[in-house]
Write a protein that binds this ligand. Structure first.
Ligand code: MG
Length: 160
């Protein structure tokens, strides 16, 4: 039996903020305006995991009104999410994700992101795909006002 989940997140960009994606700090003149570190890739993945497991979404589990999550490291939130998935008996089997950013160029950081996610989710590297793309200059991502991410995950029940 498999279960599939989909996740999406978007955060606005502002000058002078830190840009973190997939736990990788990326040098850029803008970063995320967010309660946590704003790592949209981790947030999209967490929601995909929760959706696949039939659990409430990330906004319910980690509310932005909770001071514990102020400036939170989203890889940590992803680890906490994984623990909730495992409590229900599921393990991740595969992750596929898109990041939509006009700038900066993210391809040089993809391997580091995949390695972080593989370590966090206890998955082999070849079970994790991260695909950066621009938005062809259209919409908030294309105008460099925001960066968004989409994720799909597959969960399985571990063999007994
Ligand atoms: Mg978010």
């Amino acid at each position: 039996m498999i279960r599939v989940g989909i996740g999406y997140d978007i955060h606005r960009m502002e000058p002078g903020r830190v840009l973190v994606l997939g736990g990788v700090t990326i040098p850029f003149e803008k970063g995320f305006l967010a309660h946590s570190d704003g790592d949209v890739l981790c947030h999209a993945i967490a929601d995909a995991l929760l959706g696949a497991a039939g659990l409430p979404d990330i906004g319910v589990l980690f509310p932005d009104t909770d001071v514990r999550y102020q400036g939170a490291d989203s890889m940590g939130l992803l680890s906490e999410t994984l623990a909730k998935i495992r409590e229900k008996g599921y393990v991740p089997a595969q992750l596929d994700a898109n990041i939509i950013a006009q700038r900066p160029k993210l391809q040089p950081y993809v391997t580091a992101m995949r390695e972080n996610l593989a370590a966090c989710l206890h998955l082999d590297l070849d079970c994790i795909s991260v695909k950066p793309r621009t938005n062809e200059g259209c919409g908030p991502e294309g105008r460099e006002e925001a960066i968004s991410a989409h994720a799909v995950v597959v969960l399985t029940l571990p063999p007994v």
